[in-house]
Design a protein. Structure first.
Length: 91
């Protein structure tokens, strides 16, 4: 993605203090304000998305889930016949 064409823009409204702090952090890290800002925004976005996609369970719920998984499998009436039928999703 390093060679991807950058054509989209994102405009932000900041206070003078926020802008100065971002500029200082970018300078201290030896990067442009754009490079610094984009990397921080993307990293935070990835973290928010990752957290929302994770499964969050209490220990009690996790233990109950594992107990169900550890149970022996039971035959499901009609499942074998269903799996022998042609798929409705194929042409």
């Amino acid at each position: 993605m390093a060679n991807a064409t950058k054509s989209d823009r994102l405009e932000l409204r900041l206070t003078s203090d926020q802008k100065s702090e971002i500029e200082q952090a970018a300078a201290l890290s030896g990067r442009t304000v754009t490079d610094f800002s984009v990397s921080v925004l993307v990293r935070e976005a990835e973290e928010v998305i990752r957290f929302e996609r994770e499964l969050h369970l209490s220990k009690k719920s996790w233990d109950a889930f594992n107990e169900i998984l550890d149970r022996p499998a039971k035959p499901v009436s009609g499942l074998a016949d269903l799996l022998k039928r042609p798929s409705v999703f194929s042409d």
